[in-house]
Design a binder for this molecule. Structure first.
Ligand SMILES: [Zn+2]
Length: 406
């Protein structure tokens, strides 16, 4: 179907249109070309376009998880695959992601020892998959003894720390990075290892001078840069060096939240974990939103939940991924609702704000005329009213219905 109408009880647009009751949306060639009340759209429908009526359901923008590790680490963590089946595992993971309402991802390419294939082969295999994937190239420092460093340029062989600060390596990472992901790890990460294996998690890898230089290399070719960072010392260094996006920012102080707002830095909160410190609290994220910081909530999946994640049911065991994004974001979204924020602003935490991190908010992230027709149809507002993926009844990518539940 190249041109048709979607009709439903409620459209949460996450745009200036806010929520539209008894609304309708006209899609043509994968784009939204009109959006408004059913009355309006009906009157203008002199072409007798086909209508899909979703009755009492809610239409919302496709969800976006802007910090994931689905291609490098997840396939071999979740499936007993070989070089020949790794791509299949990646596709299975992406299908599960799509089926949970996610139509765009911010994927980190760190240079993984767990990858059997060339990352570019894997990326190519995903090219036609109905999810918009942006790739951030990075280096990574893992807090084992001794600390192990990898880069997306040098691939699955560990490198000396000094390689991380070589001009040509940084330049290559910058040139290949499509958005400010966790391009460098200011603190060594625990990755998915158990505590006993990672005595060096949290160790600061760079000097202030080195960080300043790395940021200036990215900025010299007009690339924004993000960082994996946690703890007040690391966050101060990141803000001094003028990073554009902080990923995790666990343990951020009130004063630093003000500084982030003042410097117009964006934050990707990862409430499940992902650093050496306890993850973001609901109160922390409330303060960020109140300070008008662009905050996205992300899974950092697949990840074992931190023991101190106060925001996620303890019954969830094992590795958690983007199919749990609604559940991960739910305590934050509920708290904002209690504090009187509107549902469109609240939903932006997992739609428009991550689209801004990916620098694709002109293309998707909200329901607006001219944007890609990436949307879901559900029993309520994803993450706020519903957390169960079974309640997502349909997912559309570029105007095509890709997921359907009865
Ligand atoms: Zn990560």
């Amino acid at each position: 179907m190249s041109k048709y109408i979607i009709k439903a009880h409620k459209f949460v647009t996450v745009s200036e249109l806010g929520t539209i009751y008894n609304g309708a949306m006209v899609i043509e060639h994968g784009k939204i070309i009109a959006l408004g009340s059913w009355q309006d759209i009906k009157q203008r429908n002199n072409e007798q376009l086909p209508i899909t009526d979703f009755g009492n359901l809610t239409v919302a923008p496709g969800l976006i998880d802007c910090h994931t590790h689905l291609l490098e680490f997840a396939p071999t963590s979740l499936y007993p695959v070989t070089k020949d089946t790794q791509t299949l595992a990646a596709k299975a993971i992406l299908l599960k992601t799509l089926a949970s309402g996610i139509t765009a991802l911010g994927e980190q390419i760190c240079g993984s020892p767990m990858l059997y294939k060339e990352i570019n082969d894997l990326k190519r295999s995903m090219k036609d998959f109905p999810i918009d994937i942006s790739y951030a190239t990075t280096s990574i420092s893992i807090g084992l003894e001794p600390i192990q460093h990898f880069t997306s340029v040098t691939g699955s062989i560990a490198v000396d720390r000094d390689v991380l600060v070589q001009h040509n390596i940084i330049m290559s990472i910058a040139q290949n990075s499509e958005f400010p992901g966790e391009n460098i790890f200011i603190n060594a990460t625990p990755a998915n290892f158990t505590k006993d294996l990672i005595p060096n998690a949290g160790v600061i890898i760079y000097s202030q001078e080195e960080l300043n230089t790395i940021v200036s290399i990215f900025h010299s070719i007009n690339r924004k840069i993000g960082t994996h960072v946690a703890g007040e010392v690391g966050i101060d260094m990141a803000l001094n060096a003028k990073f554009d996006v902080l990923h995790h920012a666990h343990g951020i102080s009130d004063e630093q939240i003000n500084r982030v707002a003042h410097q117009k830095v964006k934050i990707v909160a990862t409430p499940l974990g992902g650093t050496h410190l306890p993850p973001n609290t609901v109160e922390e994220v409330m303060k960020m939103v109140n300070a008008n910081i662009t905050v996205a909530i992300s899974s950092d999946g697949y990840l074992p939940p931190h023991e101190n994640t106060v925001t996620f049911p303890k019954i969830m065991q094992g590795l958690i991924g983007p199919d749990s994004l609604m559940a991960i974001a739910n305590p934050f979204m509920k708290k904002l609702h209690e504090a009187g924020f509107g549902e469109n602003d609240i939903l932006s935490l997992i739609t428009l704000n991550p689209a801004k991190i990916l620098e694709k908010d002109h293309q998707f992230g909200s329901l607006e005329v001219g944007k890609d027709a990436n949307f879901l149809v559900a029993d309520g507002i994803p993450g706020l009213d519903i957390v169960d993926v079974e309640q997502i009844k349909a997912v559309y990518f570029c105007g095509e219905k890709m997921i359907q539940r009865n």
